[in-house]
Design a binder for this molecule. Structure first.
Ligand SMILES: [Zn+2]
Length: 160
């Protein structure tokens, strides 16, 4: 495994692709837990794309909804699109959970997540990477947020 030796990019919330260690969410929400990172799957898929085993049409199939969500709620990363390299990719955060009722499945700006994390006990966040130029998209991360992740004493206070 090669280690990252170049200058480190300081963009909060964006993973350094070469970093094998902990997620680089430097301003991550405190209650974040159960993080699943899909960087390995992404790399494997891209290897297949570069080798011609998987066509770009198959991986550049973002729905118009996802592309629009990136435009209105997404967070621009410092990572160039691995397929077209014309634009940087965007992260779109989707929230899921029973408590969310009708808002489940919605894309939300990342700045709203800390507030939601104190409003609800538990919900899942799916972070989808999308390129607005070529429609490349891939699940980047999944994690859980919500008050249930607070230390017990604080949780008692938050629950009232
Ligand atoms: Zn692209």
């Amino acid at each position: 495994m090669t280690r990252h030796t170049g200058p480190i990019r300081h963009n909060p919330g964006v993973l350094d692709e070469n970093d094998q260690g902990a997620p680089a969410y430097s301003r991550r929400v405190r209650t974040q837990r159960q993080l699943v990172d899909y960087a390995l799957q992404r790399r494997a898929l891209l290897r297949d794309v570069y080798a011609g085993r998987v066509g770009t049409l198959e991986v550049c199939d973002a729905s118009p909804y996802l592309v629009r969500a990136a435009k209105y709620f997404g967070e621009r990363t410092e990572t160039p699109c691995p397929v077209c390299r014309r634009e940087n990719v965007w992260y779109v955060h989707y929230i899921y959970g029973d408590e969310l009722k009708h808002t489940a499945g919605q894309a939300r700006p990342r700045v709203e997540l800390p507030v939601l994390a104190m409003t609800y006990r538990e919900f899942d966040v799916y972070v989808v990477e999308v390129c607005r130029a070529c429609d490349w998209n891939h699940l980047a991360q999944k994690y859980t947020l919500g008050r249930d992740g607070l230390p017990t004493a604080e949780r008692r206070r938050a629950d009232g």
